[in-house]
Design a protein around this ligand. Structure first.
Ligand SMILES: *Cc1c(COP(=O)(O)O)cnc(C)c1O
Length: 356
């Protein structure tokens, strides 16, 4: 079977076999990677390998700290404002779909939120974003995984740093880090196993945390202890380090971006050539990570999903709040698997009675 799930994502066979080996015995020592103490040299090696790979792939300057946290992107929705600003301060949010709406709802509990731009099935043009003068940061969502919308270019907003939920698109292509103050991403989309949340934070934004934030979620304390305030998600860091090494061997982020482009193009090509499938997203803002489309009605969506599953193409149902069909194509998704889905879509299209 092939899984197009929104997460956890598929992993490359090479990485899975490295993980299997390390669960059996770490480095020939007889100890499993699951048994390594977090204060010891073995975990120190795993973590520094992860960090070195991440820094190299992203060309990350030393002014950015990498924090290895838990709680997922969802926890960051509220932790970002709690770490960066006072309750009376203002944060700007760009609303582009399901996940940015969740981020906005969480931030509203703890600070002033200005929704500075909003669009359905598109990225609002940057020229229309109306940032209040006292904005501390501007929050964007790189890939709206439920909606199939992706921000392909990130604007530089002068003094106002971008804060970005890049859970579905970090490490899927090169980014210019300069406009960003904070980037956060859960690991289970492009980096392997769930349990790890990567937070990249610009040094000068540290030191503003509010007293009510628990220490493991305090960016400043985590930065000063090398993410060892308490037990880190060791296994997930290990898997992520092997994923990054694999990405490096595959040609790094430029090659990853080209693969994303080719994979998604196969599906959009079938969608656009067909009367049966509709992608509601504006062409320039279509996601290369989560391709969302639908058939003319819910009954046909269901028939498509049932037949797909019979052919071994799994987890293609759209986000529960959105319906339709969604194919998630994270870093480890082989192009050959996407070709099988594209062929199936064409075949299913031809087998349907002609639409009038
Ligand atoms: C999957 C996803 C999330 C949620 O991640 P969790 O680890 O479940 O908290 C948030 N934002 C985006 C863009 C996602 O794709």
């Amino acid at each position: 079977m092939i899984s197009f799930a929104s997460g956890p994502a598929v992993l490359p066979p090479e990485v899975l076999s490295e993980v299997q080996e390390a669960v059996g015995a770490w480095d020939g020592s007889g100890q499993s990677v699951l048994e390594l103490p977090f204060g010891g040299p073995d975990y120190a090696t795993i973590q520094s390998e992860f960090e070195a790979e991440a820094r190299a792939l992203l060309s990350l300057p030393p002014t950015y700290k990498i924090l290895l946290l838990q709680g997922g992107a969802f926890a960051q929705f509220r932790l970002v404002p709690l770490n960066l600003l006072r309750s009376t301060d203002c944060a700007a949010y760009v609303e582009t779909g399901y996940w940015s709406a969740r981020a906005i709802a969480e931030a509203r509990e703890v600070c002033r939120v200005a929704v500075v731009a909003q669009a359905d099935a598109a990225i609002p043009p940057i020229a229309t974003w109306q940032l209040p003068r006292d904005t501390v940061y501007c929050h964007v969502t790189g890939n709206e995984t439920a909606d199939g919308v992706q921000m392909h270019r990130f604007p530089a907003l002068g003094e106002v740093p971008l804060v970005a939920d890049l859970t579905a698109d970090l490490f899927t292509g090169p980014i210019d880090i300069q406009p960003f103050g904070v980037i956060y991403a859960s690991a289970q989309k492009n980096l392997g196993a769930p349990g790890l949340t990567v937070v990249i934070v610009r040094e000068d934004l540290l030191g503003r945390v509010r007293a009510e934030v628990p220490a493991p979620f305090d960016y400043t304390r985590q930065a000063s202890t090398g993410s060892r305030v308490n037990t880190p998600p060791i296994f997930s860091v290990f898997v992520a380090s092997r994923m990054l090494k694999w990405l490096g061997r595959q040609g790094g982020l430029t090659a990853a971006a080209a693969r994303c482009e080719r994979r998604s193009r196969m599906l959009y090509h079938v969608i656009d050539a067909s009367q049966l499938y509709t992608c509601p997203v504006r062409a320039a803002d279509r996601s290369r990570i989560s391709v969302c489309f639908h058939l003319p009605d819910a009954a046909q969506d269901a028939a498509f999903l049932a037949e797909a599953q019979r052919r071994g193409l799994w987890h293609l149902a759209g986000h529960p709040t959105r319906g339709g069909i969604r194919a998630c194509l994270y870093n480890a998704m082989p192009e050959s698997s996407v070709a099988i889905l594209a062929d199936f879509m064409q075949e299913f299209d031809k087998s349907c009675p002609a639409l009038t």
